[in-house]
Design a protein around this ligand. Structure first.
Ligand SMILES: Cc1cc2nc3c(=O)[nH]c(=O)nc-3n(C[C@H](O)[C@H](O)[C@H](O)COP(=O)(O)OP(=O)(O)OC[C@H]3O[C@@H](n4cnc5c(N)ncnc54)[C@H](O)[C@@H]3O)c2cc1C
Length: 807
């Protein structure tokens, strides 16, 4: 075995083989994949092999679309059969909410270029005459879907990897991984050691154990899932085409398809889901299956037989009950591991046959080019921190399994296993009706249920029952003063004699030269696309305070620590949990704050976009005069223990001014009115010129990471531009990812949207072809699959001159 390689991939399932193939195709062919047994002998070989275009998540839709294309072409490329059955599929809707889901999926999928349609019961019956359609309203028909032989697919990818120069080693277990002083990794195997630059954990159900070797606690739990195969179905013997796969989320909670001339029924039971190997997968496990547990799946299995009576009297000739990896939110762990350089995750995949090809492609892009062409935020392993302990991992994985065939409502509030991270105001705000959401473990108020309203979240693809409550919160902020607990912010102190020059190299804007200055800026990668948006406040001669979105906490921490030069005199301190954050915003905010601090707050003494340490209710508070809602206001970064005292004092002072709580839904509505971009606009897919935020970039300040690429993007042709628009919506606003049209032609997609309650307009941001970006351009948007007229706006619909925050 060779002693050195650029990359070592541990694990030869669909995820590892796909990554090896795509890395080799990207030119990183000095890549060694090591598998402890036969390729595919983990979860891959026993998968049912389905892959569908019925996906409403934009990134996953891209992955599935790519996967189907690859499965259609790789056989020819490698001469290894993958047996793609292009039978199409049907996803059924019995209720209006399910129909909304299908329509939303259409709104996304058509933009990605998928062949799909919503059809009624008559047409469904023509495609699938054996399904009992009682109660079915419609189905999403995706004719290009199908299923593959999963082992064949992984073998083809492995062969393709070899054909492009990669090495695949079987029957050799990796027994340890160690970090070397050189920054490289030592991979210890049964057949010797390999030193490499990059190591990838593609260990499937073993991935958590592999992570433990290097100090990681990867949030992966193994759930078990069944499918059964019936005896031969006499009716199928007559068929010369294969029936489409049926996904019946409501009654079957799973899928039914033909497996040659038999029926195949897969069930995701909606009660008592089963975990396995919680303390570690036995190393000797190979092609492991479990005894079927019919009691667990029987209610849904019975429904399946009732829905497809031709299967009802047949025996079951084979049952497959195997393990699948589930991270807490069900998305893969795809990207850099937290805290480690060049240690990558390619694991935690619950539908790896569908996701594997795309996962390999986009992770390879990230590793080779520093970024991928799709937004990787939802897959980034650094979205989990120590808050995701083993109890949380297991509870959330079980919840995720149960949700597999539930409607993926926008903002679906997954409540199991919470709270794990709360600010010291949690109880107070809960008593006042806060409906919390979870973000990087933190509980963040989403909206406040008024007296008399049920204190639980409501979900819909349309305007939900919280709509009026959010409207009232927006009015409180715009007319008087609102207060919000935004403690989840990522917060980092950067200090030391070289802090200024270091940060100037890290970000695109010029960092403040004077103490008290604040800038909004972006961390870019070498490709010039956005890693994070960060507020930088200079709080001392050689001290800066960085605040940014909660989910970027570990990403920004790692970025800064890993880009520090040897010997550079800079300290990076993560203070995210030391400080809470209270947002005080609205025309009366100065009147309120003035009553609880001696610090002068007039425009002369405390300018817009400046920071001071002030005393509030006896606490030393980092006060930043900024406002994401576009009002006069402050962000008060308060030592966590002092949050209750500060909140109480502000509330007491504010009562005479009409103070009220607000949550993230109102925050989103108001930032849209102000035309402020958010996390969905500022992603690893786009450069600053594409995002139209060059006013936050100083090209003349000297070099910084991503500068050359930014210049190139500014001077060259851009694939898209971010535009701000209003939409003639009905009772549903844009959720993100909907297709945008110009004169009937697809020209882009929505990045985020919502309703501006103060201005009474539906608003959104979208990425569109640059020739459609001119203000006044008439566009249309597929909102729940209905085209709605939209216009590109020249300026924010609220306070375009930004007079209010400066008042
Ligand atoms: C019943 C069932 C049906 C399914 N149906 C579908 C479906 O229809 N569509 C779909 O998309 N997905 C389906 N899945 C899910 C799919 O099987 C998994 O998501 C996928 O196989 C995961 O692939 P992987 O590469 O991450 O893991 P694995 O296939 O488990 O690969 C990991 C590999 O790493 C190796 N390894 C681990 N540790 C080491 C080590 N220390 N040294 C060397 N090698 C090591 C293992 O031996 C293993 O081969 C199904 C799963 C089940 C259980």
């Amino acid at each position: 075995m060779q002693s050195h390689a650029k990359i070592v991939i541990v694990g030869g399932g669909i995820m590892g083989t796909s990554l090896a193939y795509h890395l080799a195709r990207e030119g990183w062919s000095d890549c060694v994949l090591i598998e402890k047994a036969e390729l595919t002998s983990g979860s891959t070989w026993h998968a049912a092999g389905q892959i569908s275009h019925s996906v409403s998540h934009f990134g996953l839709a891209k992955m599935n679309g790519y996967g189907i294309d690859l499965y259609n072409s790789i056989e020819q490329e490698t001469e290894q059969s993958v047996t793609f059955h292009g039978c199409g599929s049907l996803r059924l809707a019995y209720t209006d909410d399910e129909l909304d889901w299908l329509n939303y999926t259409m709104s996304v999928g058509l933009g990605v270029g998928f062949n799909m349609d919503i059809i009624g019961p008559d047409e469904i019956a023509k495609l699938h005459p054996y399904y009992n359609l009682d109660g079915v309203k419609a189905a999403l028909h995706t004719p290009d879907d199908g299923h593959v032989d999963p082992a064949g697919a992984a073998f083809a990818l492995a062969k393709g990897a070899r054909m492009n120069g990669a090495t695949v080693i079987r029957h050799n277990r990796v027994t340890g991984i160690e970090a070397l002083a050189s920054g490289e990794w030592k991979v210890i195997t049964e057949q010797g050691e390999i030193t490499c630059e990059h190591v990838v954990n593609a260990g499937g159900t073993y991935a958590r154990q592999i992570g433990q070797w290097v100090g990681l606690d990867l949030p992966i739990t193994n759930m078990t899932h069944h499918y059964v195969i019936t005896d031969t179905v006499p009716e199928f013997l007559e068929l010369d085409t294969e029936l489409p796969v049926v996904r019946d989320d409501r009654l079957v909670s799973g899928y039914i398809r033909m497996e040659q001339k038999s029926g195949l029924i897969g069930i995701y039971e909606k009660a008592n889901p089963n975990t396995v190997w919680d303390d570690g997968t036995p190393w000797e496990a190979e092609n492991e299956l479990f005894e079927p547990d019919y009691d667990r799946i029987s209610p849904w299995l019975e429904n399946a037989l009732e829905r497809m009576p031709i299967l009802a009297e047949l025996g079951i000739k084979r049952s497959v009950h195997g393990a699948i990896t589930h991270p807490p939110d069900g998305n893969m762990l795809l990207g850099p591991a937290p805290g480690l350089k060049n240690f990558w995750c390619c694991c935690g995949s619950q539908i790896g046959i569908a996701w594997g090809p795309g996962a390999g492609k986009y992770l390879a892009q990230w590793m080779v080019h520093g970024t991928a062409e799709i937004n990787m935020r939802d897959f980034d392993p650094r979205r989990y921190g120590p808050f995701a302990d083993r109890d949380y991992q297991i509870v959330k994985a079980r919840e995720d399994y149960l949700l597999r065939h539930e409607i993926p409502f926008p903002g679906l509030n997954r409540t199991d296993g919470r709270p794990v991270k709360t600010s010291t105001l949690y109880g107070r705000l809960k008593d006042q009706g806060a409906i919390y959401e979870e973000i990087f473990g933190w509980e963040r108020p989403r909206w406040f249920a008024p007296e008399g309203m049920a204190r639980e979240d409501a979900h819909s693809f349309r305007r939900a029952p919280w709509f009026d409550a959010v409207a009232r919160e927006c009015h409180t902020v715009r007319e008087a003063v609102g207060i919000m607990d935004l403690s989840g912010f990522g917060k980092i102190d950067v200090s030391g004699p070289e802090a200024e020059s270091f940060l100037d190299r890290m970000v695109a804007n010029r960092v403040p030269r004077k103490t008290g200055g604040i800038v909004l800026t972006h961390i870019l990668n070498e490709a010039g696309t956005i890693e994070a948006e960060v507020t930088v406040a200079r709080i001392g001669d050689d001290r800066f305070y960085l605040a940014f979105a909660a989910f970027s906490e570990l990403k920004v921490r790692d970025w800064l620590t890993q880009h520090r030069n040897d010997g550079e005199d800079v300290t990076v301190g993560n203070v995210s949990e030391d400080f809470g954050c209270l947002v005080l915003s609205g025309p009366r905010s100065r009147d309120v704050l003035r009553q609880v601090t001696q610090a002068p707050l007039d425009n002369e003494s405390f300018r817009w976009l400046s920071a001071r340490t002030i005393e509030v209710a006896g606490a030393k508070v980092r006060a930043l005069r900024v406002s994401y809602v576009g009002e006069l206001g402050w962000e008060l970064h308060v030592p966590m223990a002092d949050m209750p005292a500060v909140y109480d004092a502000l509330w007491a002072a504010g009562e005479a001014h009409g103070i009220g709580n607000f949550g993230s839904y109102a925050l989103n509505a108001m930032r849209l009115e102000k035309g402020f971009k958010g996390a969905s606009e500022l992603t690893n897919e786009v450069t600053l010129p594409e995002a139209d935020v060059m006013r936050f970039c100083k090209l003349d300040k000297g070099d910084f990471i991503g500068r050359d690429a930014t210049v190139k993007s500014q001077e060259g042709e851009r694939p898209w531009t971010c535009v701000y628009m209003d939409i003639d919506a009905d009772d549903a606003d844009c959720l993100g990812s909907e297709t945008v049209y110009h004169n009937g032609r697809r020209v882009g997609a929505i990045s985020s949207g919502g309703y501006g309650h103060w201005v009474g307009r539906s608003l959104a941001f979208a990425y569109v072809e640059p020739q459609c970006a001119k203000p006044g351009t008439e566009l249309s948007v597929a909102v729940l699959n209905t085209r709605r007229a939209a216009r590109v706006l020249a300026e924010p619909v609220y306070d375009p001159a930004s007079e209010k925050p400066r008042s």
